[in-house]
Ligand binder design. Structure first.
Ligand code: ZN
Length: 454
C-alpha cells in the first residue's frame, strides 16, 4: 500500500513539474534583465544648421520596443525622434533586435538658438520588467548647437602662382575648424596651425598642378566641428606655363642592363619580353610608387624647418626638366607617354648629394622607378625627394641640416646613367623645384609673408 501512495505522489509531482517548470522558464525569459545597448555616432555631438544624428540600438533578448530622442535646451524639450517597434508584450518578444536610426535635426525649425544643449535618448525593450514597460536605457549627452559658419579672414595680400608652381596663403579662423585648407580644383591642401603663430592663424602651402588649368577654382575652405562650411576666395594671379616635349629612345642596351632590376619590381611579369617589362614598370610601378609618395607626404611637421633658398646639386647640369612631356620610343615606335615630375641633374659619377634644406628624413630606401630614394619633410607640407642614388647616408627619422650629405648620385631605378632626380612636393603635388632654388622667389612669395604674420 505504501508503494502505491508513493507512486501517486511521484506522478503528482511529475505532472506539476511538467506544468510549472516551463512556466518558470517562460517567466524567466519574459523577466530578462539585460538593457538595450545604444551606440551613438561620435560626430553627432555638435549640431550645425542641418545635422544628421545617427546611431545603432541592439537588444539581443526581448528586442527593441521603443526609441525616443529629445533635445533639451533652455528649459524646453524638443522631441526629435520617437518610434515604437512591433512585438508582443504577452510573449515578451519584439520583431526587431537591431535598429539603426538617422535623424535630421534643423535647430532653426525647432526654434533652438546656438549654445549648449542636452541630448536625451530613451530605449525600452519587451521584457516584463519595469512593471511590464521593459528594461530602460537612458543616455544623456551634452551637445553644442552651432549654426554659425566659421569666418575666414585672409591675411596675405598677393598670391602669384605658376602652373606647376607653389604658393602660400595665411588666414585667420573665427573658431576651431577640424577641416580647413585651400581647394585648387579638385585638390585640397590642408592649412596648418604652425608653431610660433597665433592659435587662430593657419598657414597653407598650395600648388597648381602642372596639368591643372588656370581656370581651376582656388579658395580657402573651412568647416567647424558642427559641419558648418565656409568658403573664401582671395586675390591670385595665375601664370600659364608651357612645358617641353621630349622623346626618349629606349635601346636594347638600356633594356638589357635594366631588366634584372625591373623584373624584381614586377615579379608577376615573369617571362615577358624586356620591353613589356619596361612598360609595366613605367606604368603600373610608377603609379604604385606615386601612391607610396602620397602616403609618405600625408603627414608633416607643424613647423617650418627650412631656411633660405633650397640647394641644387653642386656643379651639375640639367638633363631633364620639371613637367617635361615624354614620349618613349622603341625601334621607331611610340610605346608610352609619361610626365617627368622633377629635375634631372648630372655631375660626376657618385657625386655627394646635399640635403636641399633642413628637415626630417621621412623616407629612406628603395622606391621602384625612383631607385634608392630619400624624402625630406621640411614642415607644413613641403617635401624634397632625391632619387636614383647609388648609396644612402641617412635613415628614416633622422633630422638633417641644409647641406648635409644624404647619399651619392647613381642610376638605380628608371635611370639610364648616373644623375640625381630631384623633386619637390607640396603635400600630394609635385611642384617646380626652380622656384625653391631662387632666393628672390622665396622672399617675394613665401618668407616675406611668413615674417609679416609671425
Ligand atoms: Zn628624372
Amino acid at each position: 500500500m505504501k508503494g502505491k501512495k508513493n507512486i501517486k505522489l511521484w506522478l503528482g509531482l511529475a505532472a506539476a513539474a511538467v506544468i510549472v517548470i516551463p512556466l518558470l522558464v517562460l517567466l524567466d525569459q519574459r523577466m530578462e534583465g539585460s538593457k538595450p545597448k545604444v551606440q551613438l555616432d561620435p560626430s553627432s555631438l555638435a549640431i550645425g544648421v542641418t545635422h544628421e544624428l545617427s546611431g545603432t540600438v541592439n537588444d539581443d533578448n526581448s528586442g527593441i520596443r521603443k526609441i525616443w530622442i529629445g533635445l533639451y535646451k533652455d528649459g524646453k524639450e524638443s522631441v526629435i525622434f520617437e518610434k515604437i517597434y512591433g512585438g508582443s508584450v504577452f510573449w515578451g518578444r519584439s520583431e526587431t533586435n537591431r535598429a539603426d536610426f538617422k535623424v535630421n535635426i534643423a535647430p532653426e525649425k525647432l526654434g533652438l538658438t546656438d549654445g549648449e544643449a542636452l541630448l536625451r535618448i530613451v530605449v525600452r525593450d519587451y521584457s516584463w520588467r519595469g512593471w511590464m514597460n521593459g528594461n530602460r536605457t537612458y543616455i544623456e549627452k551634452p551637445v553644442t548647437v552651432d549654426t554659425r559658419p566659421p569666418q575666414i579672414e585672409i591675411l596675405t595680400g598677393a598670391h602669384n602662382i605658376s602652373q606647376g608652381g607653389s604658393a602660400l596663403v595665411i588666414y585667420r579662423l573665427s573658431e576651431n575648424c577640424p577641416h580647413n585648407g585651400v581647394k585648387v580644383g579638385a585638390n585640397f591642401f590642408p592649412g596648418h596651425a604652425a608653431e610660433g603663430y597665433p592659435v587662430d592663424v593657419r598657414l597653407a602651402f598650395f600648388a597648381l598642378g602642372h596639368d591643372q588649368r588656370s581656370s581651376s577654382g582656388i579658395f580657402v575652405q573651412a568647416s567647424d566641428s558642427a559641419g558648418n562650411l565656409s568658403k573664401r576666395g582671395f586675390r591670385h594671379y595665375i601664370k600659364k606655363k608651357r612645358f617641353r616635349h621630349d622623346v626618349i629612345n629606349i635601346s636594347d642596351g638600356f633594356l638589357n642592363s635594366k631588366t634584372p632590376e625591373f623584373s624584381m619590381l614586377v615579379p608577376e611579369g615573369e617571362g615577358l619580353a624586356p620591353v613589356d617589362t619596361f612598360l609595366k614598370v613605367n606604368g603600373e610601378v610608377r603609379r604604385r610608387n606615386f601612391e607610396e609618395i602620397v602616403r609618405v607626404t600625408g603627414a608633416t611637421t607643424n613647423k617650418k624647418l627650412w631656411d633660405g633658398r633650397f640647394l641644387r646639386l653642386p656643379k651639375s647640369a640639367p638633363r631633364a626638366r620639371f613637367a617635361e612631356r615624354r614620349t618613349y620610343r622603341y625601334k621607331g615606335k611610340d610605346i608610352d607617354k609619361q610626365v617627368h615630375l622633377g629635375m634631372d641633374l648630372a655631375s660626376i659619377r657618385q657625386s655627394p648629394v646635399p640635403a636641399a634644406n633642413s628637415g626630417k628624413v621621412v623616407f629612406a630606401g628603395s622606391l621602384g622607378i625612383y631607385g634608392n630614394t630619400i624624402i625630406i619633410d621640411h614642415g607644413l607640407g613641403l617635401f624634397s625627394l632625391y632619387a636614383h642614388m647609388s648609396s644612402l647616408a641617412r635613415d628614416e627619422g633622422q633630422e638633417v641640416t641644409r647641406g648635409d650629405i644624404i647619399g651619392r648620385t647613381g642610376s638605380s631605378g628608371m635611370a639610364g646613367g648616373d644623375h640625381l632626380h630631384f623633386s619637390m612636393l607640396v603635400h600630394n603635388t609635385f611642384v617646380n623645384p626652380i622656384e625653391w632654388w631662387d632666393e628672390k622667389w622665396i622672399v617675394n612669395n613665401i618668407s616675406g609673408k611668413l615674417e609679416l604674420e609671425q
